[in-house]
Design a protein around this ligand. Structure first.
Ligand code: SF4
Ligand code: SF4
Length: 341
């Protein structure tokens, strides 16, 4: 079946009254906000779905979901159609997990322009609806982490491997170690900051000039033994997806703060650098008053004069993720010789 025909069949499953119910946010049938938004998006967005959707798995999923919902949600039969049609759209048109990624804590990995999602809640039983879901088992991602952590431990030591593990657990996709003695500082990156193309220069405690002179930044960094570069790539709908970039930036900051929280109970000194700006408070106190959250302050990696593409090459992690995507970078500076973690 062509995907365009599947889209038509999903839309035709609802009559005018049911579309009005979705549009008006009616509550008489328990339809989740997620499914409501998805169905309206499918109807309204200007997007064509190319290629074919396999008919047999789509029919099998419809049948399995019908039986499952009749069993576990027998008191709301009118809601079943909304769930089933949403799942068909997610699995066979959008190729997205059947549950909102944030509710199942799914992880997204973007590599070479391809987006993969890993779900820790996936059930592999023959009766499970998960077998129709495009999300892969989380164990596949964890196996990849285990391989990389073993390599990091052999190459750099236990503290480095632990830092890398914490970066994965905080939500980052890639991480790699660079000895501080190999780090290079670039005056021209700092000059780009001063040109203020990012509009963050001189607006927060996380950016120059508040982070200190280039010499002070350099001395701060070289007071540590190692730098762990971490990154996360985000899929975008196209190169004009400014909303996607904004959401990606917000998520990256959330992951950086999570890493800070995870590391704060460990022994030893550390400095975490995040992607440009701060963005934590609606209005920054700079320069009139001290930072409201100095213990969580994560200076911008660019403000320290690092060329991120050079760091990525040194750490052995991709600088670009291909296709329509954006990748952000941060770093944690630490001592390998910290007390064992
Ligand atoms: S794998 Fe299963 S639990 Fe995870 S999103 Fe898909 S359907 Fe939901
Ligand atoms: S945490 Fe708030 S006060 Fe501190 S640098 Fe960020 S925006 Fe400014």
């Amino acid at each position: 079946m062509e995907k365009a025909a599947l889209r038509r069949a999903i839309l035709d499953a609802f009559d005018e009254e049911e579309w009005a119910f979705l549009e008006n946010g009616g509550k008489e049938i328990p339809v989740s906000d997620f499914n409501r938004a998805l169905l309206l998006r499918l109807r309204d967005e200007d997007r064509s779905f190319a290629g074919d959707a396999d008919e047999a798995p789509a029919a099998a999923m419809r049948e399995r979901l019908t039986a499952y919902l009749a069993r576990v949600w027998a008191d709301a039969p009118k809601a079943h159609k909304y769930v089933i049609q949403s799942c068909l759209a997610l699995a066979f048109l959008y190729e997205l997990p059947l549950h909102p990624p944030e509710t199942v804590h799914a992880r997204t990995v973007v590599e070479n322009g391809k987006t993969r999602r890993f779900c820790p809640m996936r059930e592999e039983g023959a009766d499970s609806v998960c077998r129709f879901c495009p999300a892969e088992p989380m164990a596949a991602l964890e196996a990849r982490w285990a391989e990389r952590l073993a390599a990091a431990e052999a190459a750099w030591g236990g503290t480095s491997a632990h830092m890398q593990k914490e970066a994965y657990l905080a939500g980052f996709q890639e991480a790699g170690v660079i000895p501080a003695t190999d780090l290079r500082f670039h005056e021209e990156v700092r000059r780009i900051c001063e040109e203020n193309r990012c509009r963050s220069y001189g607006t927060t405690w996380a950016c120059p000039p508040a982070v200190g002179t280039p010499e002070e930044c350099r001395a701060r960094v070289l007071g540590f033994e190692r730098l762990l570069l971490f990154s996360k790539a985000y899929p975008l709908s196209d190169s004009m997806d400014f909303e996607g970039v904004r959401d990606a930036m917000a998520d990256f900051k959330t992951c950086s703060r999570e890493l800070g929280r995870r590391l704060c109970s460990l022994p030893g000194r550390r400095l975490i650098l995040s992607n440009e700006g701060c963005g934590r408070c609606r209005t920054c106190t700079w320069p009139e008053a001290p930072c409201r959250f100095p213990e969580d302050l994560q200076p911008a990696i660019e403000g320290f004069g690092f060329l991120v593409s050079e760091l990525a090459a040194q750490a052995g992690i991709p600088y670009l993720s291909g296709g329509s995507s954006v990748t952000f970078f941060g770093a944690v500076l630490y001592d390998e010789a910290s007390p064992p973690v």
